[in-house]
Design a protein around this ligand. Structure first.
Ligand code: AMP
Ligand code: ZN
Length: 112
């Protein structure tokens, strides 16, 4: 657990969240400021700062994608968008890697 990491605290249960999925290596919870009818954050239990950092640990990186798949399968979601923000310059605000999983409304491409 990293000091002062919000999502480590959520994983530990020290900060409340609305958990919607969990498995051995990941948990998923509702985003507090949803941008779509379905908007959850899938995070590895282990702390990594961003997608570039977790890519150095292929086991955890694969487990994170398996968590995305597991959540989608549980919800019966076939169409969803997965977003990883990397760096404050594109809006990353929590530096514990997380997959945004969004669904339930039309999404344009390319994203705005
Ligand atoms: P990012 O901008 O990619 O770092 O995403 C961080 C996300 O975490 C944002 O969409 C926030 O709405 C969300 N968020 C921040 N605090 C909480 C919290 N306590 N519980 C759930 N989601 C949160
Ligand atoms: Zn963390």
């Amino acid at each position: 657990m990293a000091d002062d990491c919000l999502f480590c605290k959520i994983v530990a249960g020290d900060v409340p969240s609305t958990k919607v999925y969990e498995d051995e290596h990941t948990i998923a919870f509702q985003d507090i400021n949803p941008q779509a009818p379905t908007h959850v954050l899938v995070v590895p239990r282990e702390h990594h700062t961003d997608v570039a950092d977790v890519a150095r640990d292929p086991h955890t990186a694969a487990a994170l994608l398996a968590g995305v798949r597991g959540f989608a399968a549980q919800q019966g979601l076939t169409d969803f968008r997965t977003v990883f923000n990397t760096g404050a310059g594109v809006g990353q605000t929590v530096f514990h890697v997380h997959a945004h999983v969004l669904a339930g409304r039309p999404f344009g491409w390319p994203p705005g």
